[in-house]
Design a protein around this ligand. Structure first.
Ligand code: FES
Ligand SMILES: [Fe+2]
Length: 364
């Protein structure tokens, strides 16, 4: 069974998610090659935490709090290259690794510039994706994804290069977006001209899953040519399908021979999610015109999904939005995997804190 509407509209449940799966999870924020050179940065926001993702002078990518140590101003917006992050309020400035290096007229006794650095979050690079975790000393992500590595390594996912990034706010619950991206049942209906020819619903098959991820294959019909060559290590079967996976909780990605599309979800509210998505290509496999075509296609695909999900969100507020049955494993089995993951995360919270307001939401 699926879930009833309150699962996607309850403020109480959203608060529970914020204090459990969203707080403790590893979140993809983008691709490592978006910050290729020292000083390259982009910003993101996870829950209440504004972030700067920046490559330091030492070549390491760090995720820093985008919050000034003076009186809390946001330091940077959007993306770019910075020699220093200069606070737009009173001009305290920070190096690329977050150390305060200048604070004008701070001649108070005992004030030491070296005492103030921007807090850094745990981060990790896996398959060329940048992940951040908001808790202190989380257990590593990569060991949890070893099963997924087996499926991605032939594609050389880490060798894909970003050619397009976009950020949008969708008026829907973040879980609806995860579920939508991760089921093939809707492909032929919602994407008749963009996707159906290559990835019709009836050819979708369930892929591997584990405690930290789920996946499915969108197989191409036999009678059409593969969409691209990609890495030498790929089999003909791998060239003839897209592999869609969800790294729980907020990353949904489609890997094809020479195209990699990944959505990073940053939940804003129970009915609002910031979607930061990247489109990457395999080395020089596609020429500029083909790349433009793929970008245009995916802008259309995302628009088609977004229109449906924003209407879904309205209907899910209905008292008559009852739980319905899910289709079989190949069509919607990934939704079951996602719900089981959430249930594990919620149970843990209730166990830790039996008086938490989330307990009611979990029981319901
Ligand atoms: S808040 Fe940043 S310098 Fe004052
Ligand atoms: Fe879709």
């Amino acid at each position: 069974m699926g879930m009833d509407g309150s699962f996607y509209t309850s403020q109480e449940l959203f608060e529970l998610e914020k204090s459990t799966v969203l707080l403790t999870g590893w979140h993809c924020v983008g691709r490592a090659d978006e910050v290729l050179n020292s000083g390259d940065y982009f910003t993101a926001q996870l829950l209440d935490e504004p972030l700067i993702i920046v490559r330091g002078d030492d070549g390491h990518i760090r995720v820093l709090a985008n919050v000034c140590r003076h009186r809390g101003m946001m330091l940077a917006e959007g993306k770019g290259n910075a020699k220093r992050f200069v606070c737009p309020y009173h001009a305290w400035s920070y190096s690329r690794d977050g150390q305060l290096v200048r604070a004008a007229r701070m001649d108070n006794k005992g004030f030491q510039i070296s005492d103030y650095r921007l807090p850094e979050y745990s981060s990790e690079i896996w398959q060329g994706f940048i992940y951040v975790n908001l808790t202190d000393a989380p257990s590593a992500l990569a060991p949890r994804l070893i099963e997924l590595d087996k499926f991605l390594n032939p594609y050389e996912t880490h060798n894909f290069r970003v050619v397009h990034t976009a950020e949008e706010i969708w008026q829907c619950n973040w879980k609806c977006l995860v579920e939508n991206f991760m089921e093939g049942y809707h492909l032929s209906i919602v994407h008749p001209s963009t996707l159906r020819g290559y990835t019709p619903s009836q050819l979708c098959t369930k892929g591997p899953s584990g405690l930290s991820f789920t996946s499915y294959f969108a197989n191409y019909p036999d009678n059409i040519p593969p969409r691209g060559h990609g890495s030498e290590g790929l089999t003909e079967q791998q060239r003839h399908r897209s592999f869609l996976f969800n790294v729980f909780p907020t990353q949904v990605t489609s890997q094809a021979a020479n195209l990699l599309v990944s959505l990073s979800l940053q939940p804003v509210n129970v009915d609002q999610v910031r979607v930061r998505w990247t489109l990457s290509v395999y080395k020089d496999d596609l020429d500029d015109e083909a790349i433009e075509g793929r970008i245009a296609l995916w802008i259309d695909v995302n628009r088609e999904d977004r229109e449906k999900l924003e209407k879904l969100q309205v209907a899910l507020r209905s008292s008559k939005a009852l739980a319905g049955p899910l289709a079989g494993e190949d069509q919607e089995g990934t939704i079951q995997d996602f719900h089981k993951y959430l249930a594990r995360g919620f149970r843990h919270a209730v166990y830790l804190n039996p008086d938490s307001p989330g307990q009611m939401a979990t029981r319901r």
